[in-house]
Design a protein around this ligand. Structure first.
Ligand SMILES: *[C@@H]1O[C@H](CO)[C@@H](O)[C@H](O)[C@H]1NC(C)=O
Ligand SMILES: *[C@@H]1O[C@H](CO)[C@@H](O)[C@H](O)[C@H]1NC(C)=O
Ligand SMILES: *[C@@H]1O[C@H](CO)[C@@H](O)[C@H](O)[C@H]1NC(C)=O
Ligand SMILES: *[C@@H]1O[C@H](CO)[C@@H](O)[C@H](O)[C@H]1NC(C)=O
Ligand SMILES: *[C@@H]1O[C@H](CO)[C@@H](O)[C@H](O)[C@H]1NC(C)=O
Ligand SMILES: *[C@@H]1O[C@H](CO)[C@@H](O)[C@H](O)[C@H]1NC(C)=O
Ligand SMILES: *[C@@H]1O[C@H](CO)[C@@H](O)[C@H](O)[C@H]1NC(C)=O
Ligand SMILES: *[C@@H]1O[C@H](CO)[C@@H](O)[C@H](O)[C@H]1NC(C)=O
Length: 463
């Protein structure tokens, strides 16, 4: 008896049946005071989450997900991928230890081998990562086959920066460093195994990098703007479709058709730093509600280039995660606050009428802030962590903290916080154009209130 459902599901090999149009979510846990995994899964069930993506194959979470209807994508972290790629024995070991104990009671449907392995900015050993990606994917697939597990897709997660050109979509091309070797080999694997390419697709980043040229309504999936691609003649009503299709065009250019795509991460931040345009609750709610409506329409719209296809979609993220590093937006991708309450109303099933949502607070920062901004110690920071941060910042060059030397115009009042305020502002204003952010590992925040006092003038950033 118990064998029957199993047999039946392996007959569905590669059918569309395991590609659900139900909205997925990224369950990230880089925060303190987040609800427990048990509570988080209760929350996901009550939100009717259809799929969940994990950054690893955490045994506690996989156990708790067993018996739920939630489909699961697990990740093989990059370091583990390198090991697995080095020897098939390790692939078998991974499958035996991290997969078999939970399957099939936990509905694992995707194994994502590596995360952002082909990103241009990856800072680990890139050659080792590139070289191990394919062997690791093959090893895991082979091992799953040996265990007669066939309804699980093995793939990897990429970001949009695998593309060298994205616009117009028909011009989509992979970076030259990957288009000749690793991409064709990987696509061949995906094509042969009928797998799905996972992509992080964030219209927010594309729009915020170029808000003058891209209409915010186009980025927010409002559907009331159209753009025709002169190369293909296809008509686009939103930026998400353009981004997806630019990847499909790039894939075609190296000889593959009908490779299916999934969105491993998308969303819109509900808050951010003063110099981060458009991160607000109004836009976040609008984007995610429109996204859900689009991805749950019946029949499914697909994209202009691939009409009608299912695009499994994972929204980032379940929670705001206060331990994430980087600019303020990084800590505000959640649909829920860290205490589990909603940041804004959202219906993941897509059945709620848009006009039934309560009014949202107006968007106040869709235009760049005009004025000066400084960088200061965040009020919640423990002073004990400041001296080493200040000595790092001041050690970069001999100018940034010159005013803090004894007798310098900012030496007094001699206090740890005062000196850190000055050092952070000075460093940020000097190096912002080279990518510096006002964060210093969470010790600092931006302010529009000039901290200067007496003859000490704080350097500022003018937006
Ligand atoms: C996954 O997330 C958890 C919680 O933030 C973290 O402890 C763990 O190290 C992460 N795993 C990987 C491989 O990044
Ligand atoms: C793979 O690892 C196993 C066990 O550690 C070892 O016996 C085998 O020789 C290794 N194979 C290769 C090709 O290195
Ligand atoms: C497509 O890309 C090429 C080279 O990057 C560029 O010269 C051309 O203008 C682009 N086409 C369009 C329509 O923008
Ligand atoms: C804005 O768009 C126009 C045409 O679509 C293009 O020629 C121009 O390079 C774009 N500007 C920026 C800053 O991307
Ligand atoms: C699209 O819709 C938004 C929100 O309703 C509106 O503000 C905007 O003006 C519309 N744009 C066009 C071109 O109709
Ligand atoms: C993709 O797979 C199909 C069979 O599933 C095959 O006919 C086709 O040649 C493959 N494409 C490439 C470029 O390998
Ligand atoms: C949504 O609500 C509006 C106003 O109540 C109504 O006119 C519209 O028909 C509804 N749409 C759907 C799809 O139910
Ligand atoms: C500061 O550093 C620069 C370049 O590293 C050097 O030329 C200069 O002499 C230094 N000035 C002082 C006062 O040490």
């Amino acid at each position: 008896m118990a064998l029957l459902p199993l047999l039946f599901s392996s007959l569905l090999v590669a059918s569309l049946a395991d590609m659900t149009g139900k909205i997925g979510i990224n369950y990230g846990r880089e925060g303190d005071d987040l609800p427990s995994p048990y509570k988080s899964i209760q929350i996901m069930k009550s939100m009717k989450v259809g799929q969940v993506k994990l950054n690893d194959s955490n045994p506690e979470i996989l156990t708790l997900l067993s018996g739920t209807k939630i489909h699961v994508a697990v990740t093989v972290p990059n370091e583990e991928m390198i090991r697995i790629g080095s020897n098939e024995t390790y692939a078998e070991q991974w499958v035996r230890n991290s997969f078999i104990p939970f399957y099939p009671n936990t509905l694992i449907r995707f194994v994502l081998v590596g995360n952002g392995v082909l990103n241009s900015d990856i800072d680990s050993d890139r050659i080792a990562l590139y070289d191990s990606l394919l062997p690791a994917m093959r090893g895991i697939k082979k091992s799953l086959n040996n265990h007669d597990i066939r309804n699980v897709k093995v793939t990897t997660t990429l970001s949009m920066d695998v593309l060298q050109t994205t616009f117009p979509p028909s011009n989509g091309t992979f970076r030259s460093g990957i288009s000749g070797t690793v991409m064709p080999r990987m696509l061949k694997f995906l094509n042969r195994t009928k797998s799905v390419l996972f992509l992080d697709v964030y219209p927010y980043f594309a729009w915020s990098a170029n808000p003058k040229n891209i209409s915010i309504d186009f980025a927010l999936l409002r559907g009331n703007i159209t753009q025709t691609d002169p190369g293909s003649g296809l008509v686009y009503t939103d930026l998400l479709d353009q981004m997806l299709d630019s990847v499909t065009f790039a894939i075609e250019k190296i000889g593959f058709r009908n490779i299916r795509l999934a969105i491993s991460g998308t969303g819109w931040p509900s808050a951010g730093d003063i110099d981060q345009i458009g991160a607000n609750i109004y836009n976040a709610a609008t984007y995610n509600r429109n996204l859900i409506r689009k991805m749950t329409l019946n029949p499914l719209p697909g994209t202009p280039k691939s009409p009608g296809v299912v695009i499994p979609t994972f929204i980032s993220s379940l929670y705001d995660e206060n331990h994430k590093i980087g600019p303020g937006t990084e800590r505000h991708w959640g649909l829920l606050h860290a205490n589990g309450t909603p940041v804004y109303e959202i219906d993941l099933t897509g059945s709620r009428n848009m006009s039934d949502y309560k009014p949202l607070p107006p968007a106040e920062n869709n235009e760049p802030y005009k004025g000066k901004v400084w960088c200061e110690v965040a009020p919640w920071v423990n002073e004990v962590s400041l001296p080493s941060a200040v000595s790092n910042v001041c050690g970069i060059d001999n100018q940034t903290c010159a005013a803090l030397a004894p007798g310098g115009e900012c030496y007094e009042p001699v206090s740890v916080v005062w000196h850190a305020n000055y050092a952070f502002s000075s460093y940020w204003s000097k190096y912002r154009s080279q990518g510096a952010i006002c964060s210093f590992n969470g010790l600092a925040r931006e302010t529009t209130v000039d901290p200067s006092r007496g003859r000490c003038n704080f350097p500022s950033v003018t937006l």
